[in-house]
Design a protein around this ligand. Structure first.
Ligand code: AMX
Length: 436
């Protein structure tokens, strides 16, 4: 079997030639223009970066290497009897651009297993963290504690040739992906249980099932949910906060551990990954305020207006790029319809789907009133007993490593330079446009 490094290595020369040809042919073409509004407005819609592993269409949603999520679900290797892609297969697809076969996925699982043992120092760091520290802060500290293993940092210090950076970056990506589920599970067990933990069965179980088991779950349906979860959160093109932060930090040739740490810091923000925690918290608050009253569209509409009137965002709705219901939401809705159609909280999520877009449209501010990935994930996890909402973004982080690290390897393979956009002051804008 061709290993993942060989499968990737065989693609790099052609990809470098492709980028070179595209730059030569179209280098002076305008990709887009940036207005003053866009410069003040978070660079929204400015086409100013390339990112190879996935592409987001405003209407259709994400494609991983050209494949929609349902196409990934249909084509990628699954667990025996399962319906969701294996996380290893998603990483292979994002990294190499090819759908792997079973033998390749098994070999990658073995590769992860061989790298999965956490360094004792890192375990000591994690075990020293206060258990009431936010789990995302703990995860970031845990990732930084893994950093001394970095092959990329060591190779740079030795002075290796820049054309080989991608190999060390891949090495680090494999180590980080191999160890992240155990770091994350350890944080869960310490923060919300007694700290005891089922030992890792990496090698025997896929990444999703092994992560579930280490957290203390052994329902095969929860394993499937984990595989779905790790699939749909993996990658969302390059401009979102976490992916862009990984790219940006990595562009300084900071190693993958440091780069991913930057991405996690962004993912911990409530407008980005923390929204999944906020959604479940909000749903539980609504449940309390409804009390014994029947849940109706009218009562929920009133509660949605309460959020807006308090000057807050409705978590789980809206998107900077998408303009339709997020297909990541739809996948989760289908999972719920199949496995938990009568779950009380799922019914609330379903009714909000009927109510919130109309309210946001009536308010007239949002560009997209529809639900995003975070509107749904909490109720699925809660159904299987993972009720600790403060933990949810950690799982998002484990998944986001799959896409952002695959992309980071390509950044080094293509030799992308340090990122350094030009900024101007408001005074500069005034002086520049005055009298024009
Ligand atoms: N509830 C209330 N107001 C919202 C809103 C929501 N769900 N979504 C957007 N708005 C507001 C914005 O705050 C902005 O108000 P302002 O003019 O007073 O500043 C206005 O509508 C226009 O915003 P936009 O162009 O439609 O969105 P954006 O690109 O600026 O922001 C996002 C996108 C996701 C941050 C925003 O929709 C939001 O805050 N949603 C709620 C939080 C959330 O679910 N985040 C998760 C997104 C997915 C992810 O990254 N995991």
């Amino acid at each position: 079997v061709l290993g993942i490094k060989e499968a990737l290595s065989s693609k790099i020369p052609a990809a470098i030639a492709d980028v070179k040809a595209v730059r030569e042919a179209y280098g002076d073409e305008q990709l887009g223009t940036c207005t003053v509004t866009q410069a003040y407005g978070g660079m929204r819609s400015v086409k100013a970066m390339t990112y190879e592993t996935s592409l987001l269409d405003a209407e259709e949603g994400i494609r991983f290497r050209g494949m929609t999520l349902p196409e990934c679900q249909a084509a990628l290797p699954r667990a025996p009897g399962g319906g969701e892609p294996l996380p290893e297969a998603i990483f292979w697809l994002l990294l190499t651009g090819d759908v792997p076969n079973d033998a390749q996925v098994n070999a990658l699982r073995e590769e992860f297993a061989s790298r999965s043992k956490l360094p004792a120092d890192a375990v000591a760091v994690i075990d020293a963290l206060p258990t009431d520290m936010h789990p995302m802060t703990q995860l970031n500290a845990g990732v930084l504690a893994l950093q001394p293993q970095s092959a990329m940092a060591a190779a740079y210090e030795k002075g290796v040739h820049k054309s080989t950076y991608w190999e060390y970056c891949l090495d680090d990506a494999l180590t980080l992906l191999a160890q992240l589920p155990e770091v994350a599970a350890r944080i869960y067990r310490r923060s919300f249980h007694d700290g005891s933990m089922t030992p890792s069965a990496a090698g025997e179980l896929d990444m999703g099932a092994n992560y579930a088991r280490m957290m203390g779950f052994d329902d095969p349906k929860f394993d499937e949910l984990m595989r779905l979860y790790l699939t749909i959160h993996a990658d969302h093109e390059g401009g979102n906060v976490s992916a862009h932060a990984v790219r940006l930090v990595g562009s300084a040739l900071s190693d993958p551990f440091l780069s991913f740490s930057g991405g996690l810091a962004g993912l911990a923000g409530p407008l980005h990954g923390l929204a999944n925690q906020e959604v479940l918290r909000w749903l539980m608050e609504m449940k309390v305020s409804l009390g014994s009253k029947e849940m109706t569209k009218e009562s929920l509409t009133g509660l949605v207006w309460d959020v807006l009137n308090a000057g807050k965002v409705v978590p789980g709705f809206g998107h900077a790029v998408l303009r339709k219901t997020d297909p990541r939401y739809t996948c989760q809705r289908e999972f719920a319809l199949k496995h938990m159609p009568d779950d009380e909280m799922f019914k609330m999520v379903s009714m909000l789907y009927e109510v919130v877009p109309a309210v946001l449209t009536e308010q007239g501010k949002v560009k997209n009133p529809f639900p995003n990935v975070d509107a749904h994930s909490g109720v699925l996890l809660r159904h299987y007993g993972l009720t600790e909402a403060r933990y949810y973004t950690v799982m998002f982080g484990v998944s986001r490593a799959i896409g952002t690290l695959a992309s980071l390897v390509w950044d080094r393979a293509l030799g992308l330079p340090i990122e350094r956009p030009k900024s101007v002051t408001t005074g500069w804008i005034k002086a520049h446009f005055e009298g024009k």
